[in-house]
Design a protein around this ligand. Structure first.
Ligand SMILES: Cc1cc2nc3c(=O)[nH]c(=O)nc-3n(C[C@H](O)[C@H](O)[C@H](O)COP(=O)(O)O)c2cc1C
Length: 369
């Protein structure tokens, strides 16, 4: 069984994760983890915080001479902003935040944990924690790569700008996205996305959007139809929905399928000439009956505009009960490109888990065999 736990506050000392259940003998490429961390940090529309941080992972346990041993792998990512907070953290002299931001975890977190200050809530609700998930997801990608399974992503929409995505193979779309600071494979649309992000920035506002995560070369039969919590589609959906600010998703063109007839939707089988079957379409998005079906897994996710805006929003000061306006906290304007990198990590994690369930996971040699 593969599992991980992560910890760490946004302005605390560091983020940490322990990954348990990785097979022994997996070569770990630390620079590849750092590249994914940089992809999460980047993207047009990120705020000042990302100018301070330069995320790099330290592997503290579970890897000897560059290979996993089968023991838990411990990871640490330092917060470079920590020296600016250490003193205030130790003395508790932090400005109290009593005006909850609509759309953030502030209000529900304060009520749930009986707090009169939203600081402890936002410290953990902040998407800074997703750096730990991206590092863990990078390990999962390295495991998947041993079986030639690849996970990638690109952005299809920022605010009202919807890209015309060229009809290209997945790896080409991915390469184009890698070369774009909005992770959009269509440069004309990317230009419009930047203009929109600039306008939101100038207006003290934020914008959301849509991204796609795909996984190719996934074998048939990951997940299972036999019980609700083993269904791969459900597990992928939960993993994507767990990313802060993701509020909707579909597997394949699910919402468009909903307005078509069944005969227009389902992906016909054809003989592959080798005694098996092949498909010419992938409207199911790579899963049927809660299992991978051998076609690329395609997930489309909606990112809401982030809650913190320079332009104040109406709220209530919970220390007085009086109407108040939100106070600006250092923040991003658009996180869609970064969220797509987190989406990759979460999809890679779920696939790695399901793969280990199917194949067993004591050693990578055994898994590949
Ligand atoms: C990569 C990433 C960066 C984010 N940065 C910010 C930010 O700077 N300011 C903000 O208010 N929300 C940001 N968010 C979104 C909030 O973390 C999120 O909206 C909040 O925790 C409430 O959770 P919910 O939107 O899932 O309900 C970010 C999300 C992601 C994925």
């Amino acid at each position: 069984m593969l599992r991980f736990l992560a910890a760490g506050e946004s302005h605390g000392q560091c983020l940490t994760a322990i990954v348990e259940g990785l097979p022994a003998g997996l070569s770990i490429d630390v620079e590849a983890i750092n590249r994914d961390l940089a992809r999460r940090q980047g993207g047009y529309g990120r705020g000042k915080r990302m100018e301070i941080e330069l995320d790099r992972v330290e592997v503290l346990a579970g890897v000897i001479a560059g290979k996993t041993t089968g023991a838990p792998v411990a990871l640490r990512i330092a917060n470079l902003d920590w020296p600016n907070w250490r003193e205030r953290w130790a003395t508790g002299i932090l400005p109290a935040l009593t005006i909850p931001r609509p759309g953030h975890a502030d209000y529900a977190g304060m009520v749930k944990y009986s707090l009169d200050d939203a600081r402890p809530v936002l410290e953990r609700a902040s998407a800074r924690e997703t750096a730990a998930r991206v590092a863990v997801g990078a390990l999962a990608k390295q495991l998947l790569a041993q079986l030639d399974i690849k996970v990638g992503s690109y952005v299809t929409q920022v605010g009202a700008v919807e890209a015309s995505i060229p009809d290209l193979p997945w790896d080409e779309l991915y390469e184009l996205a890698e070369g774009s600071d909005v992770r959009c494979p269509d440069e004309n649309s990317a230009g419009c996305m930047r203009v929109l992000i600039d306008a939101a920035h100038e207006n003290g506002d934020s914008v959301g959007g849509v991204f796609i995560v795909f996984a190719t070369n996934v074998p048939v039969g990951l997940g299972s139809h036999v019980h609700w919590d083993r269904r791969l589609d459900a597990r992928l959906a939960a993993a994507i929905m767990s990313i802060p600010a993701i509020k909707g998703l579909e597997i394949g063109p699910a919402f468009a399928n909903a307005s078509r007839y069944g005969t227009q939707v389902h992906d016909a089988f054809y003989p592959d000439g080798q005694g098996g079957v092949m498909r010419r379409t992938n409207r199911a998005g790579g899963t049927e009956g809660g299992m991978s079906n051998g076609m690329p897994i395609v997930i489309r996710a909606a990112v809401k505009p982030i809650p913190t805006t320079v332009t104040p929003q109406r709220s209530v000061d919970l220390s007085t009960g009086e109407p108040a306006e939100t106070q600006y906290q250092r923040s991003d304007v658009c996180v869609v490109p970064a969220a797509s990198a987190v989406g990759e990590a979460m999809v890679a994690w779920v696939l790695a888990e399901a793969l280990i369930e199917k194949l067993g996971g004591d050693s990578i040699e055994e898994m590949v065999r």
